[in-house]
Design a protein around this ligand. Sequence first.
Ligand code: CUA
Length: 360
Amino acid sequence: MPGRSRAGSHTKSATRKQRARRVRLALGAACFCAGLLLALPVVHAGDRSIWNPASPTAESIHSIFLLVIGITGVIFILVQGALLYFVYRFRRRDPDDKTEPPQLYGSRPIELAWTVAPLLTVFVLFLVVVRTVSEIRAAPPSENALRVTVVGHQWWWEFRYPDHGVTTANELHVPVGDDETPRPIVLELESADVIHSFWLPRLAGKTDVIPNHVNMMWFEARTPEVYLGQCAEYCGTQHANMLFRVVAESPADFDAWVEEQRRPAATPESAQAGWQLFRDLACLNCHTIRGTVARGTVGPDLTHLMSRATIASGSVPNDRDNLIEWVYDAQTLKPGCEMPGMKISRAEATTIADYLLTLQ
Ligand code: CUA
């Protein structure tokens, strides 16, 4: 009965093939769903979402993004749809059929179609990109423009206001503008060490921050709000903790903030012990506190440290416990950071933190 046993093995291999096909389908569906799930946090990144632009530059980037997604989406659906249709329509119906389908070569209309269509698509995208780049490159000339120098450091941001004589860190205060009085914020981006990237998703795109080279960028905030940004170029161990906040406020609030920031620090009698420790431990070699002899520029300016909501470049809230922890051993809060462990007692760290708390 050789015939019967052959038929039996055929059925067996046919069911095996069916099972394999089902496994492949299930795997494909699982990968697709996993991809969607992974994409969700990007879409819903909240304050850092690219879907919620709040500045003319971010809006230009957002609309070009939608256009590109739209065009590529249509191409994706056409190509994948045709692929799925042909795979299904011309599938092998008989598992024993070992013949090849008829092979066709050369079709002028088809060749023309798939040469001209991509050319046109790329040309349209090129034109739109050129227009958008010119829109977001140059800030509109305005006597109301606010100039800020941004310096990327491993791993924090320095913000200098050359027209106001103010320097701060990790928190950029800007006035909001409106149609009548636009207030463009013009940033000059510099790096103190390696390449960083200044990314402010809701207000502007991202621009590389390069050593020995000044890059420009501008944006304009329209609603008073806190916008989040981050470094978007891998720059070492603590790249992920190189966050910053942009506090957009009414022009009056902004002027008041500038006034506050220009004030030099005053050390109350009760904080003298902490100041002495700060001085004796050589903290002043790295940090500036205006109004004192501390003039270091390696670390953040601390003159108005307590006006900031976070420390360690957005890593942790700026409160007494975290300040003590930071002064005692910054490496536990931000491993690898440039702030050295000071080899001091917890009591000494507390005394210094209590001094820092007076830097309102
Ligand atoms: Cu700086 Cu990543």
